[in-house]
Ligand binder design. Structure first.
Ligand code: ZN
Length: 466
């Protein structure tokens, strides 16, 4: 009995002041790129929303002392192929609160969302994918990416079916249209243009892995010209994925082209991951005849088999290509990574996927690597600029005013990290290693990481739809 009276008084007091917060983050260094606020603040969370930002203390049922740590909007990954419980754990430990499959996309859309609803650690969503739609229409035997039929030209009937599936995906709430033109090299310019027109009609964006990369024509310049022209003539918004792995040494020119398009009023954005290697399926069209030149003049030894970490030879390349599987492509010069990461126009996105611990380290380490390696160690960009590329820029690309911000009324997706310690641990040899220094992660107001450890048995991730 003795304890009841003080507790009641405390609760009444809290309610009277509107301070019955579920969670309070106390004494943290709030960094919100949307408002440019960088100051010590208290953040009050009630339910799934941020309800107070205050210079003076707030009362709450759970008060977390985050002194010395940065309180930032949860990171939004526009390019996350890994959409499983395994992947969501790595994302959360890297500070990501929303992981979206925008490049390849999905089809059919409702089943994909239904499989994750109520079970996800972090928020999830996807575009309506041209690749999976085309694979269905053409009965391709591939998995994430086409392996056979869909690499070829489509009949008029197959093209109509593909278009219909993408259109239906948008009706079902998909976040835009995803495209991987390089994986379906015989998809015609007209087939692609049709989908830009569809996106424009729905006032949404196309997220595209371009038709070609690298310096050898037809290369990245032609490919970028194609999609910028399609955006210009249809009015669709355009997001060009992983500009560094497509641009290679032409990345600077690509960024100038995108800047030029934007300065003439086109809605064109882009993204990168902070690594000097890409990764894709060795059985895909990326490795059709002439891949060495298209990848900027690399050889077999620049390919690394994800399952074993071994570098390839002509013999192992031929064998694995028949078999299929993920291979890292060491093709992106470090100075290209540094150029793009310092460009205020370029967002951060991982392009990651892990399957039973195997894959590219970007799936686990992208965000902590930018904050630790490129901000703290190399001073390649400021901490606020890095956070902007991970939060409000992708939120604005998606047209989501309640995400990517620490503001009253915004979704309580929050990442709290130690700027002196944050760093990636994932490597090409052992990619399944959690990042360090991400101390607290809240998804829709629920803690999923607390004091650097997982909170088990929670699934607060919500579907993100249009
Ligand atoms: Zn891609």
């Amino acid at each position: 009995m003795r304890n009841i009276i003080p507790i009641c008084l405390y609760l009444l007091c809290g309610i009277a002041n509107g301070q019955d917060f579920d969670v309070v983050l106390a004494h943290g260094r709030l960094m919100d790129p949307a408002s440019s606020l960088d100051a010590i603040r208290y953040v009050g969370i009630r339910g799934t929303k941020i309800e107070a930002i205050s210079e003076s203390p707030l009362a709450g049922r759970m008060v977390l002392d985050v002194a010395g740590l940065v309180v930032a909007p949860g990171f939004i990954d526009l390019h996350s192929h890994g959409q499983t419980p395994e992947n969501y754990r790595f994302k959360a430990k890297d500070g990501v609160t929303t992981a979206l499959e925008m490049e390849v996309g999905v089809s059919p859309v409702p089943e994909w969302y239904r499989a994750r609803e109520g079970r996800a650690l972090i928020n999830f969503g996807a575009s309506a994918g041209h690749l999976p739609a085309r694979m269905a229409a053409m009965h391709d035997s591939g998995g994430l990416l086409p392996r056979d039929a869909a690499k070829g030209p489509a009949t008029p009937q197959q093209r109509r079916e593909t278009y219909e599936l993408v259109r239906r995906g948008l009706d079902d709430g998909a976040l835009g249209i995803g495209m991987g033109i390089a994986y379906v090299p015989l998809a015609t310019r007209a087939e692609i243009l049709d989908l830009f027109r569809l996106a424009a009609g729905r006032k949404t964006a196309v997220y595209v892995h371009m038709r070609n990369g690298g310096p050898v024509e037809p290369g990245v310049i032609d490919a970028l010209q194609e999609v910028i022209a399609d955006a210009a003539v249809t009015g669709a918004s355009l997001h060009v994925v992983h500009i560094t792995s497509m641009g290679l040494r032409e990345t600077g020119l690509c960024l100038d082209m995108i800047r030029g398009a934007r300065s003439r009023g086109l809605d064109v954005t882009t993204e990168m991951y902070p690594y000097t290697a890409g990764m894709t399926d060795i059985g895909s069209a990326i490795f059709d005849e002439g891949w060495q030149g298209r990848q900027g003049g690399i050889g077999f030894g620049d390919l690394q088999w994800a399952l074993t970490g071994e570098r390839l030879t002509a013999e192992t390349f031929a064998r694995y290509r028949r078999q299929g599987g993920m291979v890292a492509i060491h093709s992106i010069p470090e100075e290209v990574v540094r150029l793009a990461i310092a460009d205020p126009m370029v967002m951060i996105a991982s392009d990651g996927i892990l399957e039973q611990g195997k894959g590219h380290p970007r799936a686990a380490g992208t965000y902590a690597r930018v904050l630790g390696r490129y901000v703290r160690e190399q001073n390649a960009l400021t901490l606020m600029d890095a956070l902007r590329k991970m939060t409000v820029m992708p939120a604005d690309r998606l047209g989501m005013p309640d995400k990517g911000r620490i503001a009253v009324g915004a979704d309580a997706d929050i990442t709290v990290f130690d700027p002196a310690r944050v760093i990636d641990r994932a490597t090409f040899e052992n990619p399944a290693q959690y990042s360090e220094g991400i101390q607290y992660v809240l998804v829709n107001g629920t803690l999923v990481v607390k004091s650097g450890e997982f909170v088990e048995g929670v699934a607060p991730g919500l579907p993100v739809r249009r």
